[in-house]
Design a protein around this ligand. Sequence first.
Ligand SMILES: *Cc1c(COP(=O)(O)O)cnc(C)c1O
Length: 227
Amino acid sequence: MKARLDNLCRRIQAAAVACGRRPEAVRLVAVSKTWPAEDVREAIGAGIRIIGESYIQEAREKIAVLADQPVSWHFIGHLQSKKAKYAVKLFDLIHTVDSVKLGAELQKEAQKIGKIQGILLQVNTGMEASKSGVAPEAVMDLARELSRFGNLRILGLMTIPPLYNEPEKVAPYFRELRLIRDRIQAENISNVRMEELSMGMTGDFEVAIQEGATLVRIGSALFGERG
Ligand SMILES: *Cc1c(COP(=O)(O)O)cnc(C)c1O
């Protein structure tokens, strides 16, 4: 684990430096879906500070075991409105908000427990029917609507691009996310900050960093191939 993490951190730093960005501007989200709590504990021991989980039930079990650990938990999976309560309770940042309905549910639950919930808006940059996320042309309206919810803080955007074998082919999708970010930022909507771009996984994080990623979500390169 330690060797894999060191290697990964070197690659992240090199990718940042290669395009003139500060290495600290890119943070690693260790994606631990399907891996047991003990593997996550080992990753934390090796220096991981952000854990990404994709399924609420799985995350609830792991977080219960690892509650004393000094890490931030991020939700990166598809979130059903009826699970909003758990998501708000468990996660510092929810990467996958893509509708007013879900936002309203998160607002309600965050208000109940007096929390300001950090969220990212998930954008379906590839316009794939199989993927969640709001259409690129609808992100601005979604940001405006959600900005009215006082217990939500919109901190940026997230995307999962179409799957290609060549990482260069995904660059346009990452670039599009950055351009949407720039457009929203230019509107200066109150309660909307556009600090984070969550993009890049094991196969394409270097390209994502080149296009401005601030959060890279990496599973396999750290934990190994999922079974
Ligand atoms: C599983 C997953 C990842 C990590 O994928 P790897 O290819 O294993 O790095 C990143 N983001 C999301 C949304 C995921 O579901």
